[in-house]
Design a protein around this ligand. Structure first.
Ligand SMILES: [Zn+2]
Length: 476
């Protein structure tokens, strides 16, 4: 569930697309000049389409998808050696797959397969200059590299992201505080933030948010008067917990907290909503750009963009799961990446679908919730995986805990690393063990270990569970 293409990454903003800068100009002459730049044109075209397509009927969306799919398959068959082989081995031609339901005729694409076949996944009808090599972070298991279309993939992603954020009133000119995985260069000199985008963004280091430094963070955020906070949920939680503990008032100018790139757990949502006193808006996507889904004005269900990809939920028998409340692995076919097509790509993320229709009027398919990555399940003694999503880390048992992280390498055994607050006593350990036993059942032994700090991932994210056991959808 990584999303390094997320526009607030400074690399993505300045060096890769520069779109934030361009799109913020209102001058029509500038816009006209900019339309000559391919990235901007891609952005503009996609954004314009999405303004209309988000209100299309189910039939219109289905027709769009069927057409996009057939274009993709024709192309993959003609120009991508790996897919040519896949079709031939199955004695298929693209015409055999007329609708998303027929995709079952094609095999899944795993990270391992991508890794082993990358040269053959490159489309032969694109020049070498069209390929931008992208590597996903390896912390969920298999690291993987693949290709974006240079100057196009990121621009298009922007159009989708902006369309989502429009739902909570986001404008490019808004002042934003960014609390994501950044390390601000001057942090060693005691400066934990820097301005970007002509001063409109205050990028704050997520690595120095200590008890000592947090009052200064809060002071500067308040002074900056942001309209939005872009955050990793785990980072926003550090700020929120501190504010709540010290009875600090919310920032009056903030209209919404935009949360992405990590799963947003129910306890995080309620803590953030309560402490910041505003809407928490979340979306789900990945850096492979095979799925993108976001909340809307009226609901917290994830609205899947059908213009972006075809999403299947696959159950333990590798067949699609259907019906309300059905849980499965997200398997997705990108409809936009032609340089390196990813068809029936196994994301290793688990989600729950809903058949409900949203009151906003969009006819997009909905996910009721995203459970998280497969590697975010705890495995019991008998091998049954339990989702960590329902665990409430805001309960009393966690009151005297500054930070924690779960670690599992053996079935039925869970190590809970804890950074204590000064008020922590043995009673807290007993309470914590009791609480987790209640949440996880008798099939998991909890061992509490005290540590001084819990490191973040290279990308500055925080992982509540380090799962060393391999888990596949078949175990669920
Ligand atoms: Zn909606």
């Amino acid at each position: 569930m990584y999303h390094p293409t997320y526009p607030s990454d400074p690399g993505g903003v300045h060096t890769k697309t520069g779109l934030m800068r361009w799109a913020s100009h209102a001058n029509p002459l500038t816009i006209k000049a900019l339309s000559l730049v391919p990235s901007y044109r891609t952005y503009r075209q996609m954004y314009t389409l999405l303004q209309q397509s988000q209100w299309w009927s189910r039939e219109e969306l289905a027709a769009y998808q069927a057409q996009a799919l057939s274009r993709l398959l024709d192309h993959a068959y003609e120009n991508v050696p790996y897919y040519r082989r896949v079709f031939r081995e199955r004695r298929l031609v693209p015409g055999d797959i007329r609708a998303p339901g027929d995709l079952e005729l094609l095999p899944f694409l795993t990270k391992e397969i991508v890794q082993a076949n990358l040269p053959d996944l490159k489309a032969r009808n694109y020049p070498e200059t069209a390929f931008e090599y992208v590597r996903t972070s390896g912390s969920t298991g298999t690291p993987m590299g693949f290709y974006y279309e240079k100057g196009v993939s990121r621009a298009r992603e922007w159009a989708f992201m902006k369309t989502q954020w429009d739902r909570v009133g986001y404008r490019f000119t808004d002042r934003c505080v960014v609390l994501r995985g950044h390390v601000v260069d001057a942090a060693s000199r005691g400066v934990y933030w820097r301005r970007a985008l002509f001063g409109r963004w205050l990028i704050m280091s997520s690595h120095q948010m200590t008890e000592e430094a947090l009052p200064a963070y809060i002071h500067w955020i308040r002074k900056f008067k942001p309209r939005f906070i872009h955050a990793y949920p785990s980072t926003a939680v550090i700020l929120a917990r501190y504010m709540r503990e010290h009875g600090i008032e919310p920032f009056p100018t903030v209209k919404a907290v935009l949360c992405g790139s990590e799963n947003l757990y129910p306890w995080q949502r309620s803590l953030l909503t309560e402490t910041f006193g505003c809407r928490v808006f979340s979306w789900y996507g990945n850096s492979e750009q095979t799925v993108l889904a976001g909340e809307c004005e009226e609901s917290t269900h994830y609205h899947i963009f059908p213009e972006y990809s075809i999403v299947e939920l696959i159950g333990r028998d590798d067949r699609p799961v259907r019906g309300p409340g059905a849980m499965g692995e997200v398997v997705a076919t990108s409809l936009t990446n032609f340089v390196c097509p990813l068809i029936r790509y196994r994301t290793m993320d688990v989600a729950v679908a809903t058949e409900k229709q949203c009151s906003c009027g969009r006819q997009y398919p909905l996910l009721e919730k995203v459970e998280g990555r497969l590697q975010e399940f705890i495995v019991t003694r008998s091998g049954h995986p339990i989702s960590v999503t329902p665990i409430n880390y805001e309960s009393e048992a966690f009151e005297n805990i500054r930070q924690f992280q779960m670690y599992q390498e053996e079935k039925g055994e869970l190590i809970m690393k804890v950074v204590r607050k000064s008020a922590y006593t043995e009673e807290d350990t007993r309470q914590l063990t009791r609480e987790l036993r209640w949440q996880l059942g008798d099939e998991v032994n909890v061992h509490v270990r005290f540590v001084d700090e819990i490191p973040r991932t290279e990308g500055g994210k925080f992982r509540y569970l380090i799962q060393k056991l391999p888990i596949s959808i078949g175990d669920l």
